[in-house]
Write a protein that binds this ligand. Structure first.
Ligand SMILES: C[S@@+](CC[C@H](N)C(=O)[O-])C[C@H]1O[C@@H](n2cnc3c(N)ncnc32)[C@H](O)[C@@H]1O
Length: 295
């Protein structure tokens, strides 16, 4: 087992992307849910993938054979496509790029002037800004401010050797990773059916509250409801996580659930209260048995 594969078994995040509300820390829990399901050596699908921290952990640890990651954000999808399909170019670009405020402005301009298609340049700009912006939030400012007078400097989250190692290890598993850049409803209708046999789906949609501040794409209440209606019709085992708020609990009132506490650090450190919803099969195979014998 390589060094990073060993790390996958620990709580370390394998994703080169910092993500507000990133779910790398949930990998061990999701592995337990997969064990309780009928899926073996299966396909793990994250239709709202973002930093894909949990997906990578499950792949590196051998819990699943293949991961399918989808995100509607062109910048996010560009990053994943570029590191898999143009690995060497991406690595060289990291080596060659100075982590300075001037470069931050260049990459910000690439990001802001993006056209409606995926590209290597957009993927790199997303990566650069994600690693150099406060809390990884793309609309936020640079770590340390434009004057760079604070204790934390722009490059404090840009350990080139470490990031290159992560990217190379991910790219080695390229044949086991599929990337899509689809709106969720197109993804569910057109692509998900390909993977439903022996597939396990984890939906991590934009939060109900404050998602607009964290991600480029957020949902209104009607879209959250529409998503619920699409999810409950699926045939493969699925779980969904959300911020634990009354509106979401109302929308998912017909589905088994369990509160979830995760430490995360979007904008400021704190403990966010989240909730996990389970399809009927997993409610029976995982949730009920756990409630009888708490671990
Ligand atoms: C809560 S984040 C997912 C975080 C991810 N699970 C992780 O661990 O990093 C939600 C993601 O959904 C994406 N998203 C928002 N609206 C979407 C849509 N309509 N279709 C697909 N993805 C969407 C956002 O771009 C964002 O990356």
């Amino acid at each position: 087992m390589g060094a990073l594969a060993a790390l996958a078994c620990s709580k370390m995040n394998l994703s080169p992307i910092r993500y507000p509300g990133g779910k790398g820390k949930l990998a061990a829990k999701i592995a337990g849910i997969i064990d309780a399901s009928t899926v073996r050596n299966g396909v793990y699908i994250e239709p709202f993938a973002g930093g894909a921290g949990a997906a990578l952990s499950l792949l590196f640890s051998g819990k699943v054979q293949t991961i399918v990651i989808n995100d509607v954000d062109k910048a996010v999808a560009s990053f994943w496509k570029s590191i898999l399909n143009e690995t060497e170019r991406f690595v060289q670009k990291i080596h060659a790029t100075a982590v300075t405020i001037d470069e931050w402005r260049n990459q910000k301009a690439v990001y802001q002037n993006q056209v409606d298609r995926c590209s290597f340049e957009l993927g790199f700009a997303f990566f650069f800004l994600n690693r150099t912006n406060r809390s990884g939030i793309l609309t936020g400012g640079p770590i340390g401010g434009f004057e760079q007078k604070g204790d934390w400097k722009l490059d404090c989250r840009f350990n080139k050797d470490r990031l290159i190692e992560q990217i190379v290890e991910i790219a080695k598993r390229k044949k086991q990773i599929r990337v899509y850049n689809q709106d969720i409803f197109d993804f569910i209708e057109r692509y998900l059916p390909r993977y439903q046999d022996n597939g396990f789906i984890y939906f991590d949609p934009p939060y109900f509250n404050k998602a607009g501040r964290l991600y480029k794409n957020s949902f209104n209440e009607e879209q959250h409801r529409k998503l619920h209606d699409a999810i409950v019709c699926l045939n493969a085992p699925w779980i969904v996580s959300y911020d634990n708020v009354p509106n979401i609990c109302r929308i998912y009132s017909d589905v088994a659930s369990e509160p979830l506490s995760i430490n995360y650090c979007a904008a400021k450190k704190g403990t966010g209260s989240e909730i996990m919803f389970y399809c009927p099969e997993l409610a029976r195979l995982y949730l009920k048995t756990r409630k009888q014998s708490p671990s």
